[in-house]
Design a protein around this ligand. Structure first.
Ligand code: PAF
Length: 300
């Protein structure tokens, strides 16, 4: 085995923190076969690191429901449509491992390199998610869900967990991953977990830490607006609610609305006419000083 500087870095993290941090799929595969021999269940929490309480809530759920919990930490280049966003994405492996250690020192971390995942060809596969991929995030972030689909499928093939955990903050991503396992007949249970919020309502996100103080103070306006939109949706038409939300952001000095959509939870298509038989959610994307924040809320 080649022992490059990267491996030395990971070995040091392993040693200092006394946690198991694997960096290659061959190590993972050896570990997985030892688990299978012992009939142990494995839960995977895929992340891009910069872990926060939102991730902790997914990890805690995985710890409750599996014999072994694995957290993957990998900033996936193919899901970024913006080079600067990829470069600025926070990377903090040591702090992440420390946080996981406080949850349970037996958690296994998989922190692969780009080459380990992509075998020298850092390119997204093309997927069809039956139209889910063209709505909202798909419209504004070209190729994003091909990148997500590629890395999640890869991780599933390598790790082969029984359960995999994803947050509802990225609700569209969650529905797309459900579609991915369904269409590709991947035998993994996908578990959606509730959005974890700060006490001021702001949805937890790795991007929050990049917000300057005045934007951090302003950002809870997003959830406050979603909650009022939900109230209004009880008595008013979707068109009226959408218009009302747009006006709130037009009046706002710091937050710039990218989209606000009320959509069918299953198809993610924008609502046409309200039906009591369907479930709806409101989805929002906002820019705060160039940092993109997303959130959503169940409406009925
Ligand atoms: O939600 C994320 O952090 C990422 O999109 C995921 C699922 C880990 C894939 O890179």
């Amino acid at each position: 085995m080649q022992f490059g500087t990267k491996n030395i870095k990971f070995a040091a993290v392993n040693f200092i923190l006394k946690m198991t941090v694997f960096t290659t799929k061959s190590e993972i595969q050896k570990f997985i076969s030892s688990l299978n021999d012992k009939n142990k269940t494995l839960g995977l929490v895929p992340t891009m690191g910069a872990l926060h309480e939102g991730h902790s809530s997914l990890v805690k759920k995985a710890l409750q429901e599996n014999d072994v919990t694995m957290v993957s930490i990998f900033v996936n280049p193919t899901q970024f449509d913006n080079k600067e966003d990829l470069e600025k994405y926070p990377r903090s492996l040591k702090t992440d491992v420390l946080l996981l250690k406080t949850l349970d020192p037996n958690i296994i971390v998989y922190a692969p390199s780009v080459d380990d995942i992509y075998n020298g060809q850092t390119k997204a596969q093309k997927f069809s998610f039956d139209g889910l991929e063209f709505e909202m995030e798909g419209e504004f972030r070209t190729g994003h869900f091909d990148g997500v689909g590629t890395v999640v499928k890869r991780l599933f093939e390598i790790v082969k967990p029984k359960h995999a955990y994803f947050g509802e903050k990225d609700f569209q991503q969650l529905q797309i991953i459900r579609k991915l396992v369904d269409k590709h007949q991947i035998p993994i249970n996908i578990k959606g977990c509730k959005i974890h919020r700060a006490s001021n309502g702001l949805a937890m996100s790795s991007r929050n830490e990049r917000l300057k103080p005045k934007y951090k103070e302003a950002a809870p306006f997003i959830y406050k607006t979603l909650k009022t939109a939900k109230e209004k949706f009880g008595t008013k038409s979707a068109t009226v609610v959408v218009e009302w939300v747009k006006q709130q952001f037009e009046k706002h000095d710091l937050l710039k609305l990218e989209y606000f959509t009320i959509a069918d939870t299953k198809t993610l298509k924008p609502i046409k006419r309200k039906s009591s038989k369907k479930n709806y959610r409101a989805f929002i994307a906002v820019y705060a000083d160039g940092i993109r924040l997303i959130d959503n809320i169940a409406l009925n």
